[in-house]
Ligand binder design. Structure first.
Ligand SMILES: *[C@@H]1O[C@H](CO)[C@@H](O)[C@H](O)[C@H]1NC(C)=O
Ligand SMILES: *[C@@H]1O[C@H](CO)[C@@H](O)[C@H](O)[C@H]1NC(C)=O
Length: 428
């Protein structure tokens, strides 16, 4: 039916399909073939809707899938994915962005996905186009021409994250992978990303700069009082966290991706209230653009601090993917805070931070979303139930029934990603 004009009958069919098709994605998950690969029953982010363990290869050589570029040159680059020749297109068809290292390719949780039928030509003609931002963690979303069938690339432990698009059918409950795109290769796996500041607890003369890369060594912050004249350097200490430190699934199963290295550099000797300029990165792979912040005001009754405070923020994708979930306003909230940001000196986030709940890629996207704001002022966090709680780990719900709210992270991802004055998965 590809290429034919829509008939009246088909147009009517579309109208009828919209409701039930959309609802089918919300249906209760059937038991997956493998408990390890089953997403959590209670869902708080859009990735938790994908029944990864039930995904099956179902190559369809007629379906064509293409991407606008196979090179990811820098964070934030947009890609267009196009597909064509999908027979009997319906509302259960979707486009996923998957890590290229997954073997088999259908065994991984997508970094993002979107419903093909959002593009009107899909239901009419079985073809369409989505424009997608490559978000936080060297990822992309969209497609080009067709390697058809599952990838057989060798498994690898590498992080930064070549990706490919896949055309999926069968909705999120019983996904079938019918076509995959060429791999989009990350050109600089150590582009410094996800910048964020924090206070150390030792007063206004210190500030931590934190960011992430794949595996670069020699991470430093160049900084100074004058824009463009960064005469000081602060070496970073680097750490990470591992799958073995996770307390349960999905954090140690389908949600896992290597989080890379988290770099933390301490700037010292700051003058209270003064503005400082800085870049983070390393000489091997390059530096971030220049950011600036104002050191905290002097301590004492004469000082005023204006701060932003949020809780339960979550995250959303700039390209509208995953939008079926209810965190879309989080992006607007973040943007509004950015707009007003210059009149504030501090941001507090009182728990329920990213709602990643065991999916590393959601943390990456969260830090990407927050970077423009929290590179300007220190970002101080406290853990919520969605960062911390897991049965048998001495969380505050222990003995009061099993609470699985952290998706298996049990505070570890929270603690490692944001160095706070009091170390510990339960501490601010
Ligand atoms: C960093 O990772 C790349 C592959 O992604 C690898 O080739 C390289 O040896 C690693 N470098 C270090 C310092 O571990
Ligand atoms: C976000 O803001 C834009 C306009 O700035 C508005 O059109 C849109 O509806 C808002 N989205 C949400 C989810 O609040």
């Amino acid at each position: 039916m590809a290429g034919q004009p829509p008939t009246l009958a088909l147009a009517l069919a579309v109208v009828l399909l919209v409701g039930p098709g959309a609802r089918a994605n919300d249906a209760a998950l059937p038991p997956g073939p493998s408990a390890r690969a089953r997403p959590p029953a209670q869902r708080h982010n859009a990735l938790e809707r994908v029944n990864v363990g039930a995904t099956r290869p179902d190559p369809d050589p007629t379906v064509r899938l293409s991407v606008s570029s196979t090179k990811l040159k820098r964070s934030g680059q947009w890609f267009t994915v196009e597909w064509a020749n999908v027979p009997n297109p319906d509302w259960g068809d979707w486009v996923a962005l998957l890590p290229a290292y997954a073997d088999p390719i259908w065994s991984a949780t997508p970094f993002k996905y979107d419903i093909a039928g959002k593009t009107p030509s899909h239901i009419r003609r079985g073809s369409g186009k989505l424009r997608r931002a490559r978000g936080a963690a060297r990822r992309a979303l969209a497609c080009v021409a067709a390697t058809v069938g599952p990838s057989r690339s060798p498994p690898t432990q590498l992080l930064m994250r070549d990706v490919r698009f896949a055309f999926m059918r069968g909705g999120l409950v019983a996904p079938r992978l019918v076509a995959v795109s060429e791999v989009i290769r990350v050109i600089n796996p150590n582009e410094p990303l996800q910048g964020r500041l924090a206070l150390t607890g030792n007063g206004p003369s210190e500030m931590l700069v934190q960011w992430s890369t794949h595996n670069s060594s020699r991470a430093i912050v160049k900084w100074g009082e004058r824009a463009g004249k960064l005469t000081e350097a602060a070496e970073a200490e680097s750490h990470t966290y591992t799958k073995d430190e996770m307390c349960g699934a999905p954090a140690n199963t389908i949600g896992w991706n290597d989080p890379g290295l988290i770099h933390v550099a301490k700037l010292v000797g700051l003058t209270p209230g003064r503005r400082y300029h800085y870049r983070f990165g390393d000489e091997d792979w390059g530096f971030s653009k220049e950011f600036s912040f104002r050191a905290a005001p002097p301590e004492g009754p004469g000082s005023t601090v204006k701060f932003l405070a949020v809780a339960d923020l979550g995250q959303a994708e700039e390209d509208g993917s995953l939008e079926s979930f209810y965190y879309a306003p989080s992006l607007n909230t973040t943007r509004l805070m950015q707009k007003e940001g210059d009149s504030y000196q501090l941001m507090l986030h009182n728990g329920d931070i990213s709602y990643a709940r065991g999916y590393v890629s959601q943390w990456d996207n969260f830090h990407h979303q927050m970077e423009p704001l929290v590179t300007r002022m220190p970002y101080m966090v406290a853990p919520g139930n969605h960062e911390r709680n897991w049965p048998g780990t001495r969380d505050r719900f222990d003995g009061r029934g099993a609470v699985y709210d952290s998706g298996g992270e049990c505070g570890v991802a929270y603690e490692r990603r944001m160095t706070m004055p009091i170390p510990g998965p339960d501490k601010p």
